[in-house]
Write a protein that binds this ligand. Structure first.
Ligand code: PCA
Length: 230
């Protein structure tokens, strides 16, 4: 139930550095989207949290963040190096399969995230409507059907199992950001990245564009929540 009198809390999470990504652009995108949302939707309370790039710690940190903030909408964000657009992830799979170690030095292969649990969860964000809103503004955006099998997919799967069907939730992968030295990054395919020859320039998008896509996902989801109340 959306109570118009109540301040609506939105939870946005991002990740820090990990192997091949000395500066994770998901933080800058979340910060900039938060700034945009405070002027476009002043009734919102935006809570942001950094999650560790670890299989063991990320789900726990997410559970704490959800418990502390009790959001009406939750979006986790991470980077997928080598992609050339902001990816609205549609499906999280029950699989940890890492080609690089996480920040604990842990590198699971072929391991279920949760035993005897669903093979996959779909995002409950209005991904297509959000994508359409972003396309209408000529922003670099795509619908994606794989968030990889590294910590981002793990967090996405954990998020969907933690929030249940009543709180819209999902995952957004941002590409490298033009202003943040993208050439220092390495793509990692299990982390939703796209391999690219070292001779080619790393694809990247402008910070303002990536942040606007994230803002549109939040606004589109809230509009849908509000219309379901009438
Ligand atoms: N991207 C990684 C984990 C953290 C991040 O920002 C991934 O796509 O799995």
């Amino acid at each position: 139930m959306i109570d118009q009198q109540k301040q609506l809390t939105v939870l946005l999470t991002y990740f820090g550095a990990f192997e091949g990504v000395p500066l994770n652009p998901s933080q800058a995108v979340v910060d900039e989207a938060t700034r945009l949302l405070y002027s476009s939707a002043p009734h919102l309370r935006i809570e942001t949290r950094e999650l560790p790039v670890t299989f063991a710690g990320s789900g726990k940190a997410l559970a704490v963040a959800l418990d502390e903030t009790r959001p009406v909408l939750a979006i986790s964000c991470g980077v997928a190096v080598g992609r050339d657009s902001v990816s609205l992830e549609r499906v999280a799979i029950n699989l940890d399969d890492a080609r690089i170690a996480d920040n604990d030095g842990f590198q699971p292969t072929d391991a279920p995230i949760t035993e005897d649990a669903p093979a996959a969860y779909f995002s409950t964000l209005p991904t297509r409507a959000s994508w359409q809103a972003a396309v209408a503004e000529n922003l670099p955006v795509s619908l994606s059907y794989s968030a990889g099998t590294y910590v981002c997919n793990h967090v996405f799967y954990s998020l969907m199992s933690l929030v249940g069907p009543d709180v819209p939730a999902g995952f957004v992968h941002v590409p490298a950001i033009t202003e943040l030295h993208p050439d220092h990054m390495q793509a990692e395919t299990t982390a939703g990245g796209v391999p690219h020859p070292a001779t080619e320039k790393m694809p990247s998008v402008a910070l303002a564009e990536a942040a606007r896509v994230l803002e549109l996902v939040v606004l589109t989801t809230l509009a849908e929540l509000e219309s379901s109340e009438h």
